[in-house]
Each structure stands twice: as C-alpha cells, then as structure tokens.
Write a protein that binds this ligand. Sequence first.
Ligand SMILES: *Cc1c(COP(=O)(O)O)cnc(C)c1O
Length: 419
Amino acid sequence: MKKPFVTLEQLKEITKSYPTPFHIYDEKGIRENARRLKEAFAWNKGFKEYFAVKATPNPFIINILKEEGCGVDCSSMTELMMAEALGFSGDEIMFSSNATPAGEFVKARELNAYINLDDYTHIDFLEKVAGIPETICCRYNPGGVFKTANGIMDNPGDAKYGLTKEQLIDGFKRLKEKGAKYFGIHSFLASNTVSNEYYPTLASILFELAVEVKEKTGVEIKFINLSGGVGIAYKPEEQSNDIMVIGEGVRKAYEDILVPAGLTDVAIFTELGRFMLAPYGHLVATAVHEKHIYKEYIGLDACAVNLMRPAMYGSYHHITVMGKEDAPCDYKYDVTGSLCENNDKFAIDRMLPKIDIGDLIVIHDTGAHGYAMGYNYNGKLRSAELLLKEDHSIQLIRRAETPKDYFATFDFCDILKDY
Ligand SMILES: *Cc1c(COP(=O)(O)O)cnc(C)c1O
C-alpha cells in the first residue's frame, strides 16, 4: 500500500491558501532518507552524495540536502548558478555535463568544481577555454549491454555518454601530462533501477577499471562516482531498494577489488536524484470533470505540464483519491489533464474508487523529475511548490507561474505588456 504523507484534513487546510494543482514535499522523509544513505556508505571515509540538481532544482529543497551533508551535481550554467547562490563551492560541486558549452566549463572552473569530462575531445577543449584543473574526472561508457545477475538492465552501447576504455586510459595519460594530479572515474549505466544489484555491479566494473587504469597510467585515483540510477518503487507491488544492502554490496566489491590492488583511499561518490526525492513529493490536484464516452474519464486541474513522465515515458504513478483510501477500487478510469494532446493522461485503465467532482487527488512519487520537467505547452502555467515541514507547517517554496511569467520573454516589446 502506498500512503500519502499528507492527510485529507491537512490538504483541506492547505488548499484554503494554495489552490490545486501544486507539488508538495515532505521534509521529514527527505532528511531521514538522506541520513540512511549516509549511514549505508559510512564505511567509506570520503563518501559524498552530490544531489543531481536537475531532478528537483528548488533552492529550498537543495538547502535541506545541504544541511544533511550533500553536495550538488550540476549539468548546466543555471544549475551552477543555483549552486553558487546556495554557497556550494569546490569539492561540494560535481559538474557532469555533455556537449558542454565553453562558458559552463569556465563557470565550473571559477567555482573550483570537480569537472567530469564526457568526451575525449573535451580534454583539449577544456584546456583551451578554462585550463586543466588539479583534479579531473572522466565519464566511462563500457559499450555493449549492461547486465547484472537479474538480466539486461540497459544498453550503454547506444548511449551518447562517456569515453571508451581506450580513450579513458589515453585521456588520463594526457591529462597527467597537462598537469592534472588527482583523478576520478564516473559512469551511469542504467536509470531507475529497482534492484539492489545495480550499484554493486557498476562498482565492480569501475573498481576493476580503476585498477587497470592505475597499472597502465600510474595516476592517482581519488574518487569513483557511481552517479545516479538507483530507482524507487513507483508501483505498490514493486520491492523498494534497500540502501543498506546496496551500500554493503559496494563495500564488498571495494574490499574484493580495490583493497588488494593497494587502492585503499578511494572515495565513493554518488549523484542520486530520484532516490533522494521522488517518494517525498506529491502532485496534488482536484477532479474537475467527469466524462463518459467510449471510456470513463476523470479530468484534473493538473496536466502533463505539471508531471510529464506518464506522457513522455508511459510511467506509472500511483494515485490516491483522498478520503477514499479504504473504498473498493471498482471503477476503471483514464485520469487526464487538459492539454490538447491525447497522451496527457496520468493513468490509463486504472482501477480506483468512484471519483466525484471536487475530490482531492494525490499523484505519488513526483519529488524528482516531476516539477523539473515541466513546460508551458498549450500556454499552461507551472504550479507552486510547497514544503511540509517537520513541525507540520507549510512553506511556499516556489510560487505558481502567472500569465506575466508566460509573457515575460516578450518584454522587449509592447504587445503583451498589459497582461
Ligand atoms: C540525471 C543524472 C543523475 C541523476 O539520476 P537519477 O536517475 O535521478 O538518480 C545523476 N548524474 C547524471 C550525470 C545525470 O545525468
């Protein structure tokens, strides 16, 4: 059973001040989860989580993670700017980008961030535009298919990211010649993995690579970045990852592979986004229409602009009809938004309790890659973001967009100035 972290009574109170739709985040859940992750990797002295800013680029949320000891993983100029504004610098920032514009490398160097190069040619590019830093990381792509004991997880051979092994080894030699002293290895081989095997299997691949790299180049490996990809159970019947088992699996690979090779001081980094936040966010909407044609439809005041994953990937997001948690799920609905796009459906053929107009609807697991993927198609405006604080009070952490925001890029002319 998936249970919302807010009650119907709380939502009724909240909607007096903040109309639906909105995203709401659970501070307590975020903090407890961040502490569990830290505990799972406490065996590694240098461990650090660099929260993937793109998942939930809200400064209030990132500040909570900062207080829990997290750094940030940035991939663009504005994300670097947000990191800077929040007081992150140096080894608290990982810059993992691709097809990187020169100005972003310059900004990352200015902040003294760890730079993670996505390509062999970026070595010369970085040297030219911003200079080679003392510590540098390269992203590895092993090609082929990525398998764990449970089967094929993804297809790195088709992915645009990273360097081949030959490029990485040659690249480290060249970076060393150009003055780099400390090195990191990064890889991201599968997304939203619901398996305790993903990180340990990835770690084994990267640890073996680190041993080979050390033998062939003599460089000092300072950190190994397991990146993102640890998923969550979006479906109620899925088994959640156990971060303690995952941390222990990585520890075992570390003891088996790195330690015998004399690599006893390598820090483990992660760049988790989804795992850090997805379960601790809800999109809250109101049922505003019902429609009976060839199928039964419920129309919400939220749409794909607020949560794109179902439309984009056909993703499952669990739905709770507030106040009807114990009612039988004996109605089959398509739950839709209002875009002029037939894929604007939060759920298709979903068995739910009978929904009445005005019912509050919680869409689960929207805390990562939720609001962040929002857009303005159909002239729809993005919602507010609220924080349910540990003392149960509510804080507005992003206001809803207004038409003025939508028209802001025409402020060089007079046409829409009256709106
Ligand atoms: C998106 C991304 C992440 C976070 O991925 P999750 O699936 O949210 O854990 C981490 N690192 C990089 C480089 C990414 O692009």
